[in-house]
Design a protein around this ligand. Structure first.
Ligand code: ADP
Ligand code: ASP
Ligand code: MG
Length: 461
C-alpha cells in the first residue's frame, strides 16, 4: 500500500485537485490496495491563518475576520468550480466548512480578548487549512465514485504537547491508528486525511511544524506499514540545488536516507527534515514525485544507493540563521569547558546546527528563535559573546569527502569572492558546511553549482 502526500501547490486550485484525484485513481488501478492520501492546506492558506492569529493578538479582530472571509471565499470558489453542476453537494460542503470558520472566529476573539497568542492557540488556528482542503478533496473523490473515507488526523495522530513542533507519541499513536485508521483500510477504502496536524492525548490540536505534512506522511507510512511513501509536489524530485535559485539544477534519481536528511536539514525545502526519520527505522522507501509532470520518475530515497562516481551531489542553503561566537581564555588548556557550554544549550532546549572550535573560541549556529535571550545571557558568563544575525549555512553534500582530494579546494575556489565566516566539515564524510551572510547565499549556491555541475549547466543552457 502507498501513502500519497500532496503538498500545497498540488491542492492549490480546482484544476490541481482534479489532478490529485486522477493520480489516486491511477494508484488504485496499479496497486489494487487503496492508498492513504495525506493532504496539505491549499497553498498560501497556512500563512493567511497565521496572519489572522497575529491580527487577533493585536486586537484587530476585524482584520482577522477579513482574512477568514478571504479564506472562505477562496475555498468557496474552488468548490463552485469543482461541483458546478451539483448544487446540493455544493451547499452541503459549504455548510460543513462553516464549522471551521466559526471555530476560527471564536479562537481569534479569544486571542484578542486575552491579548495572548499562545503556541497552543496558534496550532488550533494554523491547522484548519488542512481540514478545509481535505474535506473538499474527500467530497470530490466521492463524486468521482472512488470508494473512500475521510478521517480527521487528530483522531489517531497522537503527539506530545510541544505545540508548533509536536512529536509523535508512538505508544499512543499506534493503538489509536489500529482502532480508527486501519479498519477503514480493511474496508478497502481510500482514506483521505490531513498532514501537519495531530492531537495530544487530551484531544488538544497540535501541529508538527511548518512543512510538516511530509513528516505526517512518513509517520502514517510507518503506522500502516506502507510499501512506499510518496511525496507529490511541484518539482520533479530532489535536485542538485533549489530550482528557484538554479533553474537548470539536475534531478537526482536516487538519494540515500542520509543524503536526503542532510539536504533537507540544511535547506532543501522539498522535504521536511524529519520525514526520513521514521522511514529509516522501518526501511520504507520515500519517493518524491511531481504532481504536474507524471512522466518524471522522481527521486527515490532509500537505504542503499549505487554510486556512479559522482563526488558532489547537491548544494543547499538555509538562511536567516544566527551565529554565536564565544571566546574565553578559560578554555585554554582546560577540559570540560565545552561540556558546560553545551549544558546551557541543553537547558534552553536550543539545538546547535553547526560548530567549529579553536583553542579559546567556539562558533555555533542556531536556527531557533525561542529561548535565545535566556541562552545568551547565560553564555555571557563564560566569556565574550559576539552574535551575527541573518547568516546562512551553505551545505555541500556528496560522497566520501574524507577520501577525495581537492573537494574543499574546489568549493572555496568557487567562492573566492564570498566572505566565509565559519567552516565545519569532516564530521560526516558526506558534507561540508560553512557560514556566510544570508545576502550572499543565492550567489554562493549558483557559483558552487556551476563549479560541480558545469557540464549540465552548459548543456542546459
Ligand atoms: P509542497 O507544498 O509540495 O510541500 P514545498 O514548497 O514545501 O512543496 O517544497 C517544494 C519546493 O522546494 C520546490 O518548489 C523548490 O523550490 C524547493 N526546493 C528547495 N531545494 C530543493 C531541492 N534541492 N530540490 C528540489 N526542490 C527544492
Ligand atoms: N500547510 C503546512 C505549511 O504550510 C504544512 C505543509 O504544507 O506541509 O507549513
Ligand atoms: Mg513542503
Amino acid at each position: 500500500m502507498y501513502v500519497m502526500k500532496f503538498g500545497g501547490t498540488s491542492v492549490g486550485s480546482a484544476q490541481s485537485m482534479h489532478q490529485v484525484i486522477q493520480l489516486v485513481k491511477d494508484a488504485l488501478t496499479e496497486s489494487k490496495k487503496p492508498p492513504v492520501v495525506v493532504l496539505s492546506a491549499m497553498s498560501g492558506i497556512t500563512n493567511k491563518l497565521i496572519e489572522a492569529g497575529e491580527y487577533a493578538l493585536n486586537k484587530q479582530v476585524d482584520k482577522a475576520k477579513n482574512i477568514i472571509d478571504q479564506i472562505r471565499a477562496h475555498h468557496k470558489s474552488t468548490i463552485e468550480s469543482l461541483f458546478s453542476e451539483e448544487n446540493i453537494q455544493q451547499q452541503q460542503l459549504l455548510q460543513q466548512l462553516e464549522k471551521y470558520y466559526d471555530e476560527l472566529i471564536v479562537i481569534c476573539q479569544g486571542v484578542a480578548y486575552l491579548g495572548e497568542l499562545s503556541k497552543r492557540s496558534l496550532d488550533a488556528i494554523s491547522g484548519i487549512g488542512e481540514l478545509l482542503s481535505s474535506k473538499i478533496i474527500g467530497a470530490l473523490a466521492n463524486r468521482e465514485g472512488i470508494p473512500s473515507a475521510w478521517i480527521d488526523a487528530r483522531e489517531f495522530l497522537i503527539t506530545d504537547d510541544n505545540f508548533n513542533k509536536a512529536s509523535p507519541l508512538w505508544d499512543k499513536l499506534i493503538p489509536a491508528a489500529n482502532e480508527k485508521l486501519l479498519p477503514l483500510l480493511k474496508q478497502n477504502k481510500v482514506v483521505f486525511t490531513q498532514g501537519f496536524i495531530g492531537s495530544t492525548t487530551d484531544g488538544i490540536s497540535t501541529t508538527l511544524g511548518r512543512g510538516g505534512s511530509d513528516y505526517s506522511a512518513s509517520i502514517i507510512g510507518v503506522t500502516v506499514n506502507a510499501k512506499e511513501i510518496q511525496i507529490w509536489t511541484d518539482v520533479d524530485g530532489m535536485m542538485s540545488a533549489d530550482p528557484r535559485i538554479v533553474p537548470n539544477a539536475k534531478l537526482l534519481s536516487e538519494v540515500s536516507f542520509q543524503e536526503a536528511s542532510e539536504l533537507a536539514y540544511f535547506g532543501a525545502k522539498v522535504l521536511h527534515p524529519l520525514t526520513i526519520k521514521p522511514a529509516v527505522e522501518k526501511n520504507i522507501p520515500v519517493r518524491i514525485l511531481n504532481t504536474f509532470n507524471t512522466k518524471s520518475a522522481g527521486t527515490l530515497i532509500k537505504g542503499q544507493v549505487a554510486t556512479n562516481g559522482e563526488t558532489v551531489r547537491a548544494v543547499a542553503t538555509k538562511k536567516g540563521i544566527r551565529a554565536i561566537f564565544l571566546s574565553s581564555p578559560r578554555m585554554l588548556m582546560t577540559h570540560g569547558f565545552l561540556a558546560q557550554v553545551f549544558s546551557v544549550f541543553d537547558k534552553y532546549k536550543v539545538p546547535i546546527d553547526l560548530i567549529s572550535t579553536s583553542e579559546i573560541s567556539v562558533a555555533m549556529t542556531v536556527d531557533s528563535k525561542e529561548n535565545i535571550e535566556g541562552l545568551l545571557s547565560e553564555l555571557n558568563q563564560f566569556g565574550e559573546i559576539n552574535i551575527m544575525d541573518d547568516v546562512a549555512i551553505v551545505s555541500v553534500v556528496g560522497r566520501q569527502f574524507r577520501y577525495q582530494n581537492g573537494i574543499a579546494g574546489r568549493v572555496f575556489n568557487a567562492l573566492k569572492d564570498v566572505n566565509i565566516m565559519v567552516i565545519s566539515g569532516g564530521a560526516s564524510d558526506i558534507n561540508l558546511n560553512f557560514v556566510i551572510s544570508s545576502k550572499d547565499a543565492d550567489k554562493a549556491i549558483k557559483q558552487l553549482h556551476t563549479e560541480f555541475f558545469k557540464l549540465e549547466s552548459v548543456l542546459a543552457g
